[in-house]
Unconditional design. Structure first.
Length: 426
């Protein structure tokens, strides 16, 4: 007759067989129930890593019956706690996420326990509850200490001070503008352009700060900015605001990456005054989300389609909000965008190199006012090649070439496919 621990181990192994589905469900449930944890793509990716490593560690602890004093919080869980501390998310939100996950996993385990002989169920269920509670208590204590240490360090730093002021400005509530300008040493009555900056590959904290300072100096010189404000979002991302000289209502600024930079950039539109400070930052964040979505859809490749581990100027991808505004407004709901893209493009939404070539040719053709000559110049192709590809692409649309009579939806779907990639393809 199997021992109690043997039965618990067997149950843990059964549960581990559906680990990926459990992790996906836990991520979804956490984001739905705790709004404070629903951040950008990078943070959500770290949340998923934290949940994955916690599930693996918990199953190992419950199934192998070793001493709770030997438990160590997974590295992704500690990293996620530090990120939340840097972003002013309360520790209670993090602990609540662990409690929600604990309850959900126990529910699944209880369902599996029904397969055991009736005489063994009570003992196994009690062992599951006892061991899983030990795990949650130990891990919550460790991630709580990591959170508090990082919070103290972050708040004590000058960057943390600037970040608190910027957080108040971006919240949209009343703020002492004069005090904010003194603390930030940055004028709020200017025309502002906001940028989100992050590494294109592996980079130390020192190298990141150096690269950001180079971008700040470059952008200040190119745009003749009155002032610049640099504020870290977390240890891997920085926000930059530039106060521009008086100007008209331009849709974008002429800002290209400096030579040799290893930073990606998402650039908002220029905006005047405090509302412009806020709106340009929102737009930069939306562009950042688009690039993050595309990167996930590319299977770990960066926004430029290259390996995420690469470095150098060829990896730096700078995108302005004006280039992707329609996609940025859609990117918050990838499932809905995918439905729209696949319904609008039909067979043209199929993934693969050939489909990508045809989509890009049709997109450039429509963007150049249906001029085969202009599209050929933009794509560095012969005009006949453009005509041939446009005919092929049109034939793949659900309604054929008739879908181009009123091409608004087709152009929007092609733009979404260009920027969001495999995430929104069939």
């Amino acid at each position: 007759m199997p021992t109690e621990q043997a039965l618990v181990s067997r149950l843990a192994d059964r549960f581990g067989e559906r680990r990926d589905a459990v992790v996906a469900d836990l991520v979804r449930m956490t984001l739905v129930q705790i709004d404070d944890l629903d951040h950008d793509a990078a943070t959500r990716s770290l949340l998923e890593a934290s949940i994955t490593e916690n599930v693996v560690a918990a199953l190992n602890f419950v199934g192998r019956d070793f001493d709770a004093d030997l438990l160590e919080a997974p590295s992704a869980a500690l990293a996620y706690a530090r990120i939340l501390a840097q972003r002013d998310v309360s520790l209670s939100a993090l602990v609540r996420a662990y409690r929600i996950g604990h309850s959900r996993v126990l529910d699944d385990c209880f369902t599996l326990a029904e397969e055991l002989p009736a005489e063994d169920r009570v003992a196994v269920v009690l062992a599951l509850v006892r061991r899983s509670a030990l795990y949650i208590d130990q891990i919550c204590e460790q991630v709580g200490r990591a959170y508090e240490r990082e919070r103290e360090r972050w708040v004590a730093s000058q960057d943390g001070e600037r970040r608190r002021w910027v957080g108040s400005l971006l919240d949209g509530g009343p703020v002492d503008r004069a005090a904010a300008e003194r603390a930030l040493r940055y004028p709020l009555d200017a025309v502002h352009v906001a940028c989100a900056l992050w590494p294109s590959g592996r980079m130390t904290s020192f190298d990141l700060l150096t690269a950001v300072d180079e971008v700040r100096a470059h952008a200040t010189a190119v745009l003749r900015a009155r002032a610049a404000l640099v504020v870290p979002t977390d240890e891997r991302e920085v926000r930059l605001w530039l106060a521009l000289p008086a100007r008209g209502g331009a849709d974008r600024v002429d800002l290209a990456p400096p030579e040799g930079t290893s930073l990606h950039a998402a650039v908002g539109r220029p905006g005047a005054g405090l509302e412009g400070f806020r709106s340009s930052a929102r737009q930069a964040a939306r562009v950042r989300e688009v690039l993050g979505t595309r990167s996930r859809g590319a299977g770990g490749r960066d926004a430029g389609g290259r390996s995420a581990g690469g470095r150098g100027v060829e990896d730096a991808h700078w995108v302005h909000y004006a280039d992707v505004a329609p996609v940025a407004l859609m990117a918050g709901d990838p499932a809905a965008v995918r439905d729209f893209v696949t319904a609008t493009l039909g067979e043209l939404a199929e993934p693969g190199a050939r489909g990508a070539v045809l989509r890009e040719t049709l997109r450039v053709f429509l963007a150049r006012r249906r001029s085969h000559a202009a599209a050929a110049t933009a794509l560095n192709l012969h005009r006949n090649s453009v005509q041939y590809r446009v005919r092929q692409a049109s034939a793949l649309l659900p309604g054929g070439a008739r879908d181009l009579d009123d091409d608004f939806s087709v152009r929007a779907a092609l733009l979404a496919a260009q920027w969001l990639g495999d995430t929104v393809l069939a």
